[in-house]
Write a protein of this length. Structure first.
Ligand SMILES: [Zn+2]
Length: 382
């Protein structure tokens, strides 16, 4: 199928539940740190919260008519059995107990309020359902609007505002229940997808890829030398990008490293961990992407899925903290995913595109990518 050819109406799904937007950290936070001491309470009540971004995205989708062209549906929450495929039972019990008793801090920078367990289970359920629908042929592509996000969550610890490993739970469901044999997860959130990486680090049937700002969060995590271990050696790819990278650098890394690595691995399901905190206007990253970058990266992934002969592609929402800008980046990605279009125009893109990076920065970036491609024996995609 030609990836430029629009899919028919209803061919794609948007997994969404209003209740997930009610997830909150249980304490006002600023830049993911608690308010208190010398940090004044915030007038807005919350400093960094991705729920507002997703709420505004859904509003933009409704107002622009995009929602009307998609299958919009919720899902049952992930079951304890589904969660226990990637998390320790003791961890789940502790999370459940704390949630029933007002919430608290479950790990490293992962506070949550009352009822957080049920909302996190619902968020993971959206991811699982997106994968189920695509694997079962109910729709060809799907976007799961997951809040809270999942890609830092470890087997026995929450981290970085993520409590359950949404993508990993969904992928395990695809493998255990739906017959997927090889799955790839590409995570372009600006922070390292350390949780997803760790859960599949010794597995050769799940290829995990993370493009992220070098040494951002978690600190010291996500180097190119982390390539998996045991049977999983070679099934993890970290692309640690210099702070300041923009559209050209991301597309270059995708074409030189990510796409050839995916084609070589040949997954029968492709999952994208789509965070938007590598945008110019994000407070938790130092990259310079715009909506056109997310559109192009998604288009590339659609092309890869089609080249692999099955077209199965699921996007799972991760981070993104610019209330104003995430909706424009995400709607561009969803348009590329679904083949649908709207009249929405990004009013910020011209300004961002004018902020050209110096040539020597780009040279340094290209050198680093070339070296990594050589080390991995990858042939650039064209
Ligand atoms: Zn992030």
């Amino acid at each position: 199928m030609n990836p430029e050819q629009p899919l028919s109406k209803g061919a794609s799904a948007f997994l969404f539940d209003e209740r997930c937007l009610w997830f909150h950290s249980g304490q006002a936070s600023a830049l993911a740190a608690p308010v208190g001491g010398w940090v004044q309470p915030l007038a807005s009540g919350s400093g960094v919260a991705s729920a507002d971004c997703l709420r505004r995205l859904k509003s933009l989708m409704d107002a622009s008519g995009l929602s009307a062209q998609l299958r919009i549906q919720s899902a049952r929450p992930a079951s304890l059995m589904e969660m226990a495929r990637v998390h320790d039972r003791q961890y789940l019990e502790r999370f459940q107990h704390m949630s029933a008793n007002g919430g608290g801090e479950l790990g490293l920078a992962a506070p949550f309020g009352p009822g957080g367990f049920e909302l996190a289970a619902l968020s993971a359920g959206l991811a699982r359902e997106a994968v189920s629908g695509v694997m079962g042929g109910e729709y060809q592509r799907a976007y799961a609007a997951c809040i809270p996000a999942g890609h830092h969550a470890l087997r026995d610890q929450a981290m970085g505002s993520t409590l359950l490993a949404n993508s990993a739970i969904a992928v395990e469901h695809a493998i255990v229940e739906l017959g997927a044999r090889r799955v790839a997860i590409v995570d372009w959130d600006v922070h390292h997808g350390n949780g997803t990486q760790s859960l599949f680090y010794e597995r050769d049937d799940v290829f995990t890829v993370s493009l992220h700002q070098e040494n951002c969060f978690p600190p010291g995590s996500g180097g190119a030398d982390e390539r998996g271990s045991g049977e999983g050696l070679g099934a993890n790819l970290n692309i640690a990008l210099l702070p300041g990278c923009g559209h050209a650098q991301y597309l270059h890394a995708m074409e030189q490293l990510v796409v050839p690595a995916l084609l070589r691995f040949a997954p029968d399901l492709l999952v994208i961990g789509s965070g938007y905190d590598a945008s110019t206007y994000d407070v938790l990253g130092h990259m310079q992407l715009h909506s056109g970058t997310f559109r192009e990266m998604t288009r590339l992934m659609v092309e890869v899925a089609e080249r692999l002969g099955h077209g199965r592609l699921v996007m799972i929402h991760e981070g993104g903290y610019s209330d104003v800008y995430v909706p424009f980046c995400a709607i561009a990605a969803i348009e590329a995913l679904t083949g649908l279009s709207t009249d929405v125009r990004d009013p910020f893109i011209d300004f961002i595109q004018q902020q050209c990076l110096p040539e020597d920065f780009d040279c340094l970036h290209r050198q680093r990518v070339r070296l990594q491609a050589q080390q991995l024996g990858l042939t650039p995609f064209s």
